[in-house]
Write a protein that binds this ligand. Sequence first.
Ligand code: NDP
Ligand code: TDO
Length: 307
Amino acid sequence: MSPQILLLGPNGQVGWELQRALGPLGDLTSLDRHGDPARGWCGDLSQPEALAETVRALRPDVIVNAAAHTAVDRAEAEPDLARQLNATAPGVLAREAAALGAWLVHYSTDYVFDGSGDQPRDEDAPTGPLNTYGRTKLEGEQLVRGSGCRHLLLRTSWVYAARGGNFAKTMLRLAAERDRLSVVDDQIGAPTGADLIADVTAHTLRAALRQPALAGTYHLAAAGETSWHGYARFVIARARAAGASLQVDDDAIDPVPSSAFPTPAARPRNSRLATARLQAAFGLVLPPWQRGVERLLAEILPPMAGR
Ligand SMILES: NC(=O)C1=CN([C@@H]2O[C@H](COP(=O)(O)OP(=O)(O)OC[C@H]3O[C@@H](n4cnc5c(N)ncnc54)[C@H](OP(=O)(O)O)[C@@H]3O)[C@@H](O)[C@H]2O)C=CC1
Ligand SMILES: Cc1cn([C@H]2C[C@H](O)[C@@H](COP(=O)(O)OP(=O)(O)O[C@H]3O[C@@H](C)C(=O)[C@@H](O)[C@H]3O)O2)c(=O)[nH]c1=O
């Protein structure tokens, strides 16, 4: 029998791609924050007990949680909401999954680490979040693991997608409005496409449903590394080459240290995630980050005349 899958956060970057990728795996019910009032179903992570009742009513075999508080700077000003969405709600979903014997697929972040060093971190490396978002995401991880539910906890980084807000789209917007940009060059990580995350989620979930010993925490990021500055340069150079009308060219993006770009939330310098465990356990090859970003640009830039 095909599994019943409940997807939360279906309109976010990752959630949108999951609607596509999870389709062939089972019978998919997607609930956004408005839920389905006619059926009395709640999809709002700020109402964890109503969410729990919905899970008990639907009795899914798999819960996939793509909803979260992802506004990193805003989380500093609204820590209670961030904690409710990133920790309390995943904890409740995990508790309900454990009671049903269901799987929980949940996402976490490179921001659970303190950013020290210059080597990729594996799944067992010590955590040490620098900001509220990272602290609440880490608490969510701990609640998921502590619940005893069968889970796939996928830590990823620097997510972008054609749909939704992200750094690449911000750079394109700013490059059209200004003639110079300053971008930090001392935070290093790997931009990772929501489409890749969704496809890998479907693959790992399918394997884990057949082989429950695969449950656990995995790092899922595109291969290679860059700084936010390198990422911005790449996006703007490729966009210009594709005919986008931008004021800034890639030489007008000044590399600056984090100290020259103060933000309410501190960010880790080293966001590199070691992905060997995921690749080995599931027989996957994670492509270089540039490939997905090129695809994003092909999708979002207006076609050039004659192309
Ligand atoms: N974005 C990134 O760079 C990274 C993200 N991650 C993690 O990956 C996962 C997916 O992130 P991503 O797709 O980028 O996130 P998005 O910000 O694109 O989407 C988050 C989703 O959460 C939903 N949401 C917000 N508040 C609530 C609420 N109260 N109830 C229900 N839904 C709510 C939003 O709904 P609405 O559309 O209605 O606003 C949105 O659909 C998250 O766990 C995130 O922490 C990990 C590393 C990097
Ligand atoms: C807009 C802008 C940002 N920056 C810097 C600020 C920051 O250090 C870095 C990234 O900025 P953003 O605020 O766009 O990205 P940020 O919200 O920090 O992205 C993070 O989101 C959460 C959800 C995650 O889990 C992380 O993996 C990561 O993707 O770039 C510049 O240097 N110049 C600029 O013009």
